[in-house]
Design a protein around this ligand. Sequence first.
Ligand code: ACO
Length: 439
Amino acid sequence: MSEQETSLKRHSGAAAFQYRGEENALDFLEGSEGERGADITRFRRNTGIVTYDPALANTAATTSAITYLDGENGILRYRGYAIEDLAERASFVETAYLLIYGELPSQAEHDGFSRALSDHSLLHEDMKRFYDGYPMTAHPMAILSAMVNSLSTFYPESQDALNLEERDRTIVRLLSKLRTIAAFAYKKLHGQPFTYPQNHLSYCGNFLHMMFALPTETYEVDEDLVKVLNQLLILHADHEQNCSTHTVRTVGSAQTNLFASVSAGINALWGVRHGGANQAVVEMLERIHADGGDVHKWINLAKDKDSDFRLMGFGHRVYKNYDPRARIIKQAADLTFNKLGVRDPLLEIALQLEEAALSDDYFIERNLYPNVDFYSGLIYRAMGVPTNFFTVLFALGRLPGWIAHWKEQIEDPSMRITRPRQLYTGPHQRDFTPMSERD
Ligand code: ACO
């Protein structure tokens, strides 16, 4: 029995499944918050059939002690701590430590962790040359993923995923260097010189400095923006078995190293149905603005089943009530816009859209509320982050979650390689036709 399974309650034979006249007993497993799942690990062996669950929407693919999410009641907790508390009272570095190591750090642990993050902030100078090979049109998520994979070539000791001594060093390296990789990608795509990390700055302050400082001017890190960035990264830091985290776990289940597993997660996050949504929100608002700003026309289009237009930033696979992160982010948006004195016409459209959708029966009946991405893109835009970089910021926030899940899985003695089944729907066996006889 794995360590995580020890907090699981097993209800033996609590249910039964009848198939071809035979009754097969099923155990129920109960998690620490009372969530129940039918244990089907022996289902195929006992019945000869598989279960069918496309997109795994009804399947708990693992046990996990990292994040608790209750979509019906709008609850999100990391290691038992409410997202609202963490966003208000913790830093991103503390939250990362909590997710990865399971407890909030003591002062000494925090200082040691922060120092290690500072010590590993530089990239190997040879990696800088990789940036020269990308065209100016490159999407930064492609650069991010390739660079993270490349880290494994500079630290070959990380390739042994089971090496405990190296694991902590690899974790710190990745957490620290992803900031530098992301900021250097921004500089490359804007034709600006790289700004090296300044280790006296905080994690988020350092990132803003590397992104926006130029050798020609003094750059003052704005502590209000540091606070907002901390909050945004915390809100994105984990979300249990989402698409990219599931990807990291799937790749990691082959005992693939952390850099390569996270590189795969970055690619999953890139998609518009996942991390790409905040970019899609701003692009949608730009489209509505360019079209004259009639939000009702677009609301009607989103409801029209003959159109494939969806209101970006609305709806969530898991939150069918409200997304608790969306409330916090709305306050962060107010702080950012007031601080920077931003008067963004897209914000006006966003507010009108939100109001109109929330009072529309179509959205009410389907429980479609604004999700975390509805405002995050607008905040990043106000900070001066270009649209195609929003998902990069999401990746920076999600990194501790990916690491925590990879680590939890690799430390689980019962870990097996992920290998789902399928229901084959292709042709029956047929004879090979030589090329000369084909139509
Ligand atoms: N606009 C209009 N209608 C919508 C929307 C939307 N944004 N989202 C869902 N619906 C409708 C669907 O058409 C469907 O209607 P029907 O019952 O009449 O057929 C119903 O609501 C249920 O939708 P599903 O697609 O079944 O919901 P699912 O849980 O599969 O999808 C998803 C969730 C992908 C997030 C969806 O709501 C969506 O595409 N939203 C826009 C993209 C977005 O904001 N993604 C970010 C997700 S958050 C994140 O990754 C951090």
